[in-house]
Design a protein around this ligand. Sequence first.
Ligand code: SAM
Length: 258
Amino acid sequence: MSRLLRFVKRYGIAAAGAVYAFTFGMRSSRHRALVHGIAAHFGHDDQPPRLLPVVGIDDVTSPETRVMLAEPMGVDGNVSLLELLVIARLVGERVPRSLFEIGTFDGRTTLALAANAPDDAVVYTLDLPAGTHTQLSLAPAERQFVDKSGSGTRLRGHSASGKVRQLFGDSAALDFRPYAAQLVFVDGSHAYEYVLEDSETALGMVWRGGGGVVLWHDYGSWEGVTRALNELHARDARFSGLRSIAGTTLAILDAGPA
Ligand SMILES: C[S@@+](CC[C@H](N)C(=O)[O-])C[C@H]1O[C@@H](n2cnc3c(N)ncnc32)[C@H](O)[C@@H]1O
């Protein structure tokens, strides 16, 4: 095939793909990211700026730490492989006995938490059942992650799932007082009000757990997360240690006991 023909074929596929991505494909965050990317290419940027101080991956974790990554292949809604590595390293190094994840989705990160935690650890993971009325408003684009066919589907058949306890409900409505943790992963709703609420909840659990680490996902990629964490860092002394981890959308806070 001549170079011209190959280009015409590629052009046709790209044009058809663009029509799909900009219409029916808008449900996928991959396609919405494409729109953001193209808009950014032409000089448009409506994301709040990333204001948190940045730390390197090897400053918060060690490259020497061995990790188990049971489900390396991600889908839309999961953390990136690099983020999974950072999370797994942190668990391996901090040795938390009790871990809490807000936002199970398919359970890929839940598994990484469980697989790298000590044998006697318990990983609680909370998910919002599809169709549940929520106390606060969700971000419009996140319905696709809520309205999935099953929660924690990747947990089935893995030996590490024995450490996992699945919980179901709205993070703004659940009574978290029975839970204490040394590591909390906040990855539920991306709406601003929810991020504020879940951050408060996470800090409370770490305090009850005698101190530990809170991680957030999607800093810099979801407006609600970025705005909430920027504000908490600037205005609330309890969150002044918040840092963004370079090359990822993870934010981290080391929190001592209350
Ligand atoms: C982006 S996904 C989480 C991805 C997952 N942590 C991972 O790393 O693969 C967000 C999840 O949070 C759940 N969620 C959204 N709002 C919630 C709420 N108010 N309470 C509890 N879970 C919520 C959704 O149902 C969805 O499963």
